[in-house]
Design a protein around this ligand. Structure first.
Ligand code: ADP
Ligand code: MG
Length: 697
């Protein structure tokens, strides 16, 4: 891009210091280039002019053409307003202004013909439009039909006339001079192969589309470019990592073979075997592994991670497994300990609540290498925890950890970075994985162990509670156990906690013949542990809990998951909770309880849950409903702050752009070819312009 676009925004015609400051503050627009990249987020179709008799109740903004028949100011003080009437050949409609009434009165004329734009509402038996836009429809102003751009703006900006119309005016001023200075930022080859319009045309048409077709082409071109550069960067990052970071070579499989032949309690699924092969390939490659396993709840990630530990230990190194909660760490430890014992391996657990004495022993045995497996919570990453030779660090439910916490694991081995395996049961669609985990390799366990019965998901309104209790009673009579979960989004919310305890009491009253347990985040660690163990041993039949049981908990005899106020949970969370049942051989059920009043979005979520058990389908639906930023939480959303492309909707373009980036790097890894000079330049410019770059780093 020409230096012209680095010019400070205050020097643009129509801006000046005051507006410049507002644009800086409110929209982070500092330069001409920033303004040019401030794209409309939608367009109003003003290609059609309606007739007044066509107006119906369900219309959004529409355009009318008619003569202003009369106008007058009525009311006093705060009720003062300007009321006018517009007529065309088919009828009349009232126009009204509460704000800026005097200004409008001075600027429109009775008897003149106007193009009027606004949203009609039905009030007191007739239609009116409040605060319509008025444009004189004189001979000289026979506007061609067009798509009106709507820009992100704010209250403060609008007060300074920097609404969509105002911003559009600035874009026009900018393009008058700037248009000819816009350089092509992709190679000619890419432009031709992908039949893209030029950068110039795309930028002009994104702000001033002459019709839908042109707009689509402009959007496609800009989305393609945005994805292309994002992918180029991610692929490059990964290539560099692979080149730079050596990994310990772990190729002996003696312990692994012993385990396979003599101790494996079940046949692995093909998906599990495939993932283990992928990991083994990494471990013996001499490069550091950085891999994500995504697999639906219950797909058997734990055993896969254990088998990988065995490879590492068989080669004389140590392994660590970090889980986000103490309950989950306990469960992993208890699940793996018998295997470790059979194989003659040393395993220990470290939690925040671990005693000094235990910590000391762990410290010593870790340092001399006799402790081979350490399971724990984030207590694992404290600086005092030092390994002799950590060969593999595994992070379970990785989305619960921050990037910084994961990075600390890397530093647990000075000679070589440990191989890293992160696991998630929140599967994300492939498109998102490619981007969010752009520099991770992704393995997917896309198959559940044989013999699992599909969980049946049922939606019930609160008024059906008696029926629900009857159902629970039947299941318990069959020997099964039940979870009842209440939302406790913020563990500090007193109200939620009251819901939970009220629920606990009413269930206690309804089931005097059974034992009922309670579990929430505010309880002390040993109280939690005690309640959990009682449930595991079937000493309690019903567990009333908050989402502390959301991740990982494994009690195969539990077959009913009742989720109270299900409308308050997100899709990913509902799916996680549902995954707590269906872990044994018996038919399991998930009951979603909601009030009768549901928003469209809640209804949509509930229907998705009832409709599918497939985590990937749910993740896709979630992405469409909520958008990627929300889905990943703020920690990872930085990368997803795209200017125009949308990971939820534009996955097809992403695929194409990624492929293009891959091919380019294969043919010209250092971008040395003459024809790729524009790409090289663009990358250089992006690096310089901290704003753009910070948006995706
Ligand atoms: P997740 O992927 O949700 O972490 P787990 O690793 O907790 O799932 O496994 C869920 C349950 O399935 C465990 O009880 C585990 O022992 C069992 N399991 C794992 N793999 C298999 C398999 N191949 N065949 C039968 N059961 C399996
Ligand atoms: Mg798990």
């Amino acid at each position: 891009m020409s230096r012209f676009f680095d010019t400070k925004i205050e020097f643009l015609k129509g801006v000046g210091p005051t507006k410049a400051e507002l644009l800086n503050k409110e929209l982070k627009i500092f330069s001409f280039g920033d303004l040019l990249q401030h794209y409309p987020f939608r367009y109003e179709d003003r290609t059609k002019v309606y007739q007044i008799h066509e107006i119906t109740g369900s219309m959004t903004n529409i355009q009318l053409r008619g003569c202003l028949r009369d106008m007058r100011m009525i009311g006093e003080g705060r009720k003062k307003r300007l009321v006018a009437h517009l007529v065309d050949d088919t009828g009349e409609i009232e126009l009204v202004w509460f704000k800026g009434a005097s200004w409008m009165q001075k600027n429109i004329k009775v008897g003149a013909v106007y193009l009027v734009f606004g949203k009609p509402t039905y009030f007191n038996g007739k239609y009116n439009i409040a605060h319509p836009e008025m444009d004189p429809a004189t001979e000289g102003n026979q506007r061609p039909s067009y798509l009106h751009p709507i820009y992100p703006s704010t209250e403060k900006l609008r007060a300074r006339y920097l609404d969509s119309k105002g911003i559009s005016k600035l874009q026009k001023n900018l393009l008058i001079e700037g248009y000819k200075l816009i350089n092509e930022s992709l190679s000619q080859q890419l432009v031709e192969w992908h039949q893209l319009i030029s950068k110039k045309e795309a930028l002009k048409s994104i702000h001033f589309p002459s019709d839908q077709n042109v707009l689509r082409k402009a959007q496609y071109r800009l989305k393609f470019e945005e994805f292309f550069y994002l992918q180029l960067r991610l692929i490059k990052l990964k290539l560099t990592r692979v080149e730079k970071f050596k990994g310990q070579v772990f190729d002996s499989t003696t312990i692994l073979t012993d385990f396979y032949n003599n101790h494996l309690p079940f046949e692995l699924t093909n998906a599990q075997k495939k993932v283990i092969r992928e990991i083994y390939h990494d471990l013996k490659s001499g490069k550091q592994m950085n891999r994500l396993i995504q697999g639906d709840v219950g797909s058997g990630k734990t055993i896969v991670s254990f088998i990988c530990m065995l490879i590492v230990i068989g080669n004389g190194a140590q392994a660590a497994l970090m889980a986000p909660t103490e309950i989950l760490a306990d469960q992993h430890y208890k699940g793996l300990k018998p295997f470790a014992d059979e194989l003659g391996l040393e395993i220990a657990m470290l939690k925040g609540s671990s005693r000094k004495k235990a910590r000391q022993i762990i410290s010593e045995t870790l340092a001399d290498g006799s402790l081979q497996i350490l399971v724990g919570t984030h207590a694992l990453i404290e600086d005092t925890v030092q390994f002799k030779n950590l060969g593999l660090a595994i992070v379970d439910e990785q989305h619960r950890f921050g990037v910084a916490q994961r990075a600390k694991l890397w530093k647990k081995n000075q000679a070589y970075f440990p191989h890293i395996l992160v696991m998630t049961a929140t599967p994300i669609p492939r498109t998102l994985a490619m981007t969010v985990y752009g520099d991770l390799d992704v393995s997917t366990i896309d198959e559940l162990p044989a013999g699992r019965k599909e969980i049946q998901t049922i939606h019930k309104y609160d008024s059906n509670r008696l029926e629900l209790f009857g159902f629970i009673r039947k299941q318990i009579a069959l020997g099964r156990q039940v979870y009842v979960v209440y939302p406790l989004i913020e563990e500090s919310e007193k109200l939620d906690l009251k819901d939970l305890t009220d629920g606990f009491e009413s269930i206690n009253r309804a089931f005097p013949e059974y034992q009922v347990g309670i579990l929430h985040g505010k309880m002390k660690a040993d109280a939690k542990e005690y309640e959990m163990q009682r449930f595991v041993k079937n000493e309690t039949q019903i567990m009333v809990a908050t989402t502390v049981i959301e991740v990982g908990v494994n009690v195969p005899n539990a077959t009913v998951m009742v989720i109270e106020n299900a409308e308050r949970f997100g899709l990913a969370q509902l799916h996680q909770l549902r995954g707590r049942v269906g872990r044994g051989a018996d038919q399991s059920y998930c009951v979603l309880m909601t009030s009768v009043k549901l928003t469209k979005e809640s209804k949509n979520r509930i229907q998705t849950m009832v409709g599918t058990n497939n985590g990937f389908e749910i993740a896709e639906a979630d992405l469409k409903l909520r958008g990627p930023g929300d889905m990943m939480g703020t920690q990872q959303s930085g990368i997803l702050d795209l200017l125009i492309a949308d990971l939820g909707k534009d996955s097809a373009i992403l695929d194409i752009a990624r492929q293009a980036a891959q091919e380019l790097l294969k043919e010209d890894p250092n971008l040395e070819k003459e024809e790729n000079a524009p790409i090289k330049l663009q990358i250089k410019n992006q690096r310089k312009s901290s704003l753009n770059w910070s948006r995706i780093s």
